[in-house]
Write a protein that binds this ligand. Sequence first.
Ligand code: GLY
Ligand code: MN
Ligand code: MN
Length: 451
Amino acid sequence: MNRKEFSKRRTHLLPLLGEGSIAVLPAAPPTVRNRDVEHVYRPDSDFYYLTGFPEPEAVLVLIPGRKQGQSVLFCRESDPLMEVWNGRRAGLDGAVEQFGVDDAFPIADIDEILPGLMENKERVFYAMGSHRDLDQRMIGWLKEVRKKSRQGVQAPGEFVSLEHLLHEMRLFKSKSEIEAMKQAARISAEAHSRAMQRCRPGLYEYQIEAEIMHHFMDSGCRHAAYPSIVGGGANGCILHYTENDAQLVDGELLLIDAGAEFEGYAADITRTFPVNGVFNAEQRALYEVVLEAQYAAIAAVKPGNHWNDPHDAAVKVLTKGLIKLGILSGTLAKLIKEEAYRPFYMHRTGHWIGMDVHDVGEYKLGGQWRLLEPGMVLTVEPGLYIAAGSKGVDKRWWNIGIRIEDDLLVTRTGHEVLSAGVPKEVADIEALMAGGDVIQPSQRARDKARV
Ligand code: GLY
Ligand code: MN
Ligand code: MN
């Protein structure tokens, strides 16, 4: 992503904060996996959105109207010895030159400097409660400022969450964000196609996961956006299944929910297909219901519709389908009202997606589902999950778990399906699994992948 994009975002946010304000946004802390080993570092999305700065131990401070510079970054200083052990640092000069902040100070000096920046400010934008260590320090800084009241220094009286302003910005994707999301979705779609081609009975779920990860990284995405779900048979009925360690069985379905992260932006795609390449009658019947529900939900994604319209559309088709297959009985209206579908469809039909796979942004405004608007990106992911032992359901339907998930950009006239590159029609899936070479990444972008 162009560095200018990050400073543009700060320039947009600063006047919204208003004079008399200061905003404090910390980088994510590293997390320990075990003893001396840390999890792969992932910057905090809010912090990264405004800085593009990939290092831990950093705090962005925004001070609208400050003459010496409105964007200040506290970060680690260059330290050749530490950098030999733990990797390169931008340092203070790098923070200004490469990341375009107005000023940079050593993170080690934040306790001395920050109280001064808070003097005579009315309000502090800070997400109290999200960073335990920094919360304590924030209270300490506030006390420092209050101590100076007899010298005529005023301490901030208001603590405000930045989320409302910042997350509303993040909800509407810019041109370059949309480009990154298209890239993530395209690469993820290719990876799903590749998994279909590689799949056969006897492989382990993690071998299919390996195929997907290989394609992500080979295509310039250093990380997945979330742990891949690769669940055969009964495992497809576990919504957040991530063990991925079972053997794939002839005659069962495989549900894969996997998405790449490109330049910090997520894709989130699910496909369900037969391990042996051919749907049996029950699998096909349920699959067609979910697919029809997905098409109905997708058709409801357009500006002016409510956030909940795609969900309502999906629920209607799913319930109708369950009645037709004899899994539910009763009238459509009554079954929908009673949410009779819930044992088989227990999640919502989608969520915002962006830097976070479950992205930020309000779903309701003033107590009402908000309207869809151009620039929003969301998933559409209906499913049906008939677990073994489902009461009143014939055994032939058991252990069939199906979800079909795509990523959609709301456009001025309707929507664009960003993840359309992987088949979902029964005939197309079966054709791809019956033949076809492994799909090669059509555009390699390793150099561009950042987070
Ligand atoms: N991959 C998580 C979800 O589909 O929401
Ligand atoms: Mn998903
Ligand atoms: Mn999803």
